[in-house]
Design a binder for this molecule. Structure first.
Ligand code: 4NP
Length: 160
C-alpha cells in the first residue's frame, strides 16, 4: 500500500519544521508505522537549502533523545501538494504563503500544525530563530503535543 505522506513547513527549514519532522518520525517509528507513514519537512524560503538544522534545534532535539543532524534544508514546491497528504504550516505567515502555492484541488491538505494540538488557544509555533535557547524548548513542546494529535487523526482517517 502507498504510504501516507506528511510534510512539515516553516520559513527556513532549519528550526521548527526539522524539529517537527524528527519528533513525528520518532513517534511513527515507536508506533510501528514507519512503513505506512512517511515524513518530510521543507521551508517556504530558500536561504537554507542544503543546510543542516540550526545548532540550537539540534541541541534541543538531542537533549530530548532524537538526532536531527542528518536532515538538510529544502524549499517547498507546488508539486509537494501532489505528493503529500498532510501539509502542516508552523505559523499563519507560512500558511498564507502555502495557500498561494497550493493548487485549489489540494486545499484540504493544508493545516496549521497546532490544529492538532491539545491546547486550542495556541495557534502558531513561534519562530525561534532570533530568540534564545528557551524558544527552542518551547517549539519542541508544541510540536511534540501536536505530533501526538496528528498521529491520532491519521490513524482514525486511515484505519491504522
Ligand atoms: P524556521 O526559523 O523557519 O523555524 O526554520 C528560521 C530560520 C531562518 C530564518 C528565519 C526563520 N532566516 O531568516 O534565515
Amino acid at each position: 500500500m502507498a504510504p501516507i505522506r506528511v510534510l512539515f513547513i516553516c520559513l527556513g527549514n532549519i528550526c521548527r519544521s526539522p524539529t517537527a519532522e524528527g519528533v513525528f518520525t520518532k513517534l511513527v517509528e515507536d508506533s510501528g508505522l514507519s512503513e505506512r507513514i512517511h515524513v518530510d519537512s521543507a521551508g517556504t524560503g530558500d536561504w537554507h537549502v542544503g543546510d543542516p538544522p540550526d545548532r540550537r534545534a539540534r541541541a534541543e532535539a538531542a537533549r530530548r533523545g532524537i538526532d536531527i543532524s542528518g536532515l538538510r534544508g529544502r524549499q517547498v514546491a507546488r508539486s509537494d501538494f501532489d505528493t503529500f497528504h498532510y501539509v502542516l504550516a508552523m505559523d499563519q505567515s507560512n500558511y498564507r504563503d502555502l495557500s498561494r502555492l497550493c493548487p485549489t484541488a489540494h486545499r484540504g491538505k493544508l493545516h496549521l500544525c497546532l490544529d492538532f494540538a491539545s491546547d486550542a488557544d495556541e495557534r502558531e509555533v513561534p519562530d525561534p530563530y532570533y530568540g534564545g535557547d528557551d524558544g527552542f524548548a518551547h517549539v519542541y513542546d508544541l510540536v511534540e503535543d501536536a505530533a501526538r494529535g496528528l498521529l491520532q487523526r491519521i490513524r482514525q482517517e486511515h484505519g491504522l
